[in-house]
Structures are given as C-alpha cells and as structure tokens.
Design a protein around this ligand. Structure first.
Ligand code: PGA
Length: 245
C-alpha cells in the first residue's frame, strides 16, 4: 500500500512559503512516502512549476469543468497546472460553504474525470461522537460522497474527526483504528478487492509527537496534516515517522 503524507495549507502561505516545499523534497529525496502539498490557489501554479518530487494538490474545485461560475476553479484547470490531487469535502468547507455529501460526490467525480486523485474527507462532530453516532455518520458520508464508479480510478479517503482539527485533541488509538477498519470494510463491500488499495489517511492534530503511534495502526496509510505541514521542519518529522512505520 502506498504511504501518503499530505499537507493542507488551508488559507496560509504566500510565494515565499514555497521554499518549504523544496526543503521537504531535498530532505526526503529517496523516500518511499508520497509527499503532497496542497497550497492555496494563488500559489498553486508556482508550486506545480517547482522542479522536485513533491506532488501538488488543490484544496477544492467546482463540480463543473467550465461555465458561468464567477470566482470558481475547475478540476480541469487544476489538472492543466500539473497538480495531481484535489481535497474535496473538507469539514471546513462542509461547515462554512454548506457542502453536502451530494456536492462532494459531484466534485470527486469531476476530479477523477480529469485524471486527478480526489482526497475525500469525512468525519464526525463532537456531538455525533458523544451520541454514539460516529460509525453511522462515517458510513453515510462514505456512501453519499463516492459514486458507484469511484473505485475504478485512484481515490484517497481521509478520516478527519471535526473536533480533532486544529484543536490539539486526538481520538484514542483504539477509536482511530476502529473507524479506519470500518472504512476499509465499507469500501470493500462497495468496491470489492479494489478497496484494499485505497489509501486511508488520518487527519486532525497530527504532530511529530503523535505521528508514530498513529502510523502504527492497521489501515492507517498516512496522514492529512494542517498546521504541522506549514513548516518543513515540522512536516519532515511526520514524514520520517511514516517512512519508519
Ligand atoms: P490540523 O488540520 O492538522 O491542523 O488539525 C488537519 C486538516 O484540517 O486537514
């Protein structure tokens, strides 16, 4: 299984941050980990032009490839730059932009149509976890966010509990392992053996200090990292933990 360390810079980073990407590439030149950085759209083109092994992704795209959608950016446009991945359905977009599973499905489909890999984010809120609804919510999000054809092209799933994002709170290792195993089973039921090669990332307050124990869990194939991906020094330690896993 491919190991993936994906950094989501969110609304952070100007041109002078791109040196962090080059530093990562230098430090992990012979790594067996796929290293991916998703910077903001404003520096996406420059990031794609960097001549190194770090893959570049976008943080969002429109459901359509072109048309009268002022201010929007399509998967086709992202593909033209040379990016390889697009994050879809991040909980911040679900919460701030009203993205439903149905919209996430359309976005992940348009990403795959352009030959890019969607990183489909799912995760429960604290209320949902405290009410014992975690697996039901995860199951519904997986079902609703992926088309029946989704298993035929590369796709990545990121389990990101909403309450763990940017908070410093992380589920117990048991809880992470339980959700990842559940995701693997759900994907298997839907897509058969293909599901065994769909990378499952954990996201939410991954740091150098907790990365090794998270990566030791079964069915955890890497991480989607926010805050700790902004500086090469921090992200590099997480990548090293994944290399050693
Ligand atoms: P965090 O964000 O690592 O800062 O918690 C993760 C994410 O939102 O993808």
């Amino acid at each position: 299984m491919q190991k993936i360390a994906a950094g989501n810079w969110k609304m952070n980073g100007l041109s002078n941050s791109l040196s962090e990407i080059s530093l990562l590439a230098e430090r992990h030149a012979t790594s067996d980990v796929r290293i991916l950085i998703c910077p903001p759209f404003t520096v996406l083109s420059k990031a794609c032009d960097l001549d190194d092994r770090t893959e570049i992704g976008a943080q969002n795209c429109h459901i359509s490839q072109s048309g009268p959608h002022t201010g929007e950016i399509s998967a086709q446009m992202i593909a033209e730059l040379g990016a390889t991945h697009v994050i879809v359905g991040h909980s911040e977009r679900r919460a701030e932009n009203g993205e439903t599973d149905a919209i996430v499905l359309k976005k992940s489909t348009s990403v795959q149509q352009e030959g890019l890999t969607p990183i489909v984010c799912i995760g429960e809120t604290l209320d949902q976890r405290e009410n014992g609804q975690t697996l039901a919510i995860i199951g519904a999000q997986l079902d609703g966010s992926l088309s029946s054809e989704a298993g035929k092209s590369p796709i990545v799933i990121a389990y990101e509990p909403v309450w763990a994002i940017g908070t410093g709170h992380v589920p117990s290792m048991y809880e992470i392992a339980q959700v990842h195993e559940f995701c693997r089973c759900q994907l298997k039921q839907r897509f058969g053996d293909t599901a065994m090669s769909i990378p499952l990332l954990y996201g939410g307050s991954v740091k150098a200090t907790n990365a090794a124990e998270i990566f030791a869990l079964p069915n955890v194939n890497g991480a989607l990292v926010g805050g700790a991906s902004l500086k090469a020094d921090d992200f590099s330690k997480i990548i090293t933990a994944l290399e050693d896993a």
